[in-house]
Write a protein that binds this ligand. Structure first.
Ligand SMILES: [Zn+2]
Length: 222
């Protein structure tokens, strides 16, 4: 069986997380979310975690090569048939660095999966999201609770995450357009980009991704 080395791209709120959960199950791929990876290293107080903490405690960004080291360590530790990378690369420089390091390991990317959604859709989805402290998630228009502002499952009060406030959503989108969107061209030029319409129902998006990955695997075996 050929490897599936995948990265997930797309704006916040396009449904990447939902698709990642399903893909992990389908293909039993290790899912590497860089935010979780950083947290894990710091909690376990590894050498890499300590190095990252030094930057973060001084209010600095963790350098790319440190993050890439964490990613490669994890890929090696998982061994296996591939990985699903989420949250990295976010810039062209990061993509270059990751590609070079992977080549050193004799691996190459299978595809960059882009789950698209336009800005209006993203704002509508994220700014309508409400959740309780237990993590039950609702949407004021698409999936409202039975009683406004109260969780159906535990009766506690719903609130809006700071990340989902409209002004923050717009800032995250602007950052995405500026920094991450150039990656779309980058991977397209390398014939690695595969596009999916995140405005469609999650199940349809999922079917489309699965079919695409099945084809990629077949092509790889020919
Ligand atoms: Zn709840």
């Amino acid at each position: 069986m050929s490897e599936l080395n995948l990265i997930l791209l797309g704006p916040p709120g396009a449904g990447k997380g939902t698709q990642a959960t399903r893909l992990r199950k389908d293909f039993s791929l290790p899912y590497i979310a860089t935010g979780d990876l950083l947290r894990d290293h710091r909690e376990r107080d590894t050498e890499l975690g300590q190095a990252a903490s030094e930057y973060m405690n001084n209010g600095k960004l963790v350098p790319d090569d440190l993050v890439i080291k964490m990613i490669l360590d994890r890929i090696e530790a998982e061994g296996g048939d591939g990985f699903l990378l989420d949250g990295f690369p976010r810039t062209v420089a990061q993509a270059d660095a990751l590609g070079a390091e992977m080549a050193n390991l004799g691996r190459r990317l299978t595809a960059a999966l882009l789950v698209q959604a336009d800005d209006d859709e993203v704002v509508r989805r994220l700014s309508g999201r409400r959740q309780c402290r237990q993590g039950h998630v609702y949407h004021v228009d698409f999936d409202p609770p039975k009683h406004e502002g109260v969780c159906d499952q535990d009766g506690t009060k719903l609130f809006q995450r700071d990340d989902d406030r409209p002004e923050i959503v717009l800032r995250r989108l602007a950052e995405y357009h500026e920094q991450t969107e150039p990656l779309i061209d980058y991977y397209e030029r390398r014939d690695l980009l595969r596009r999916f319409n995140g405005a469609r129902a999650p199940t349809e998006v999922h079917d489309h991704i699965r079919a695409t990955l099945a084809t990629l695997r077949l092509e790889d075996q020919l």
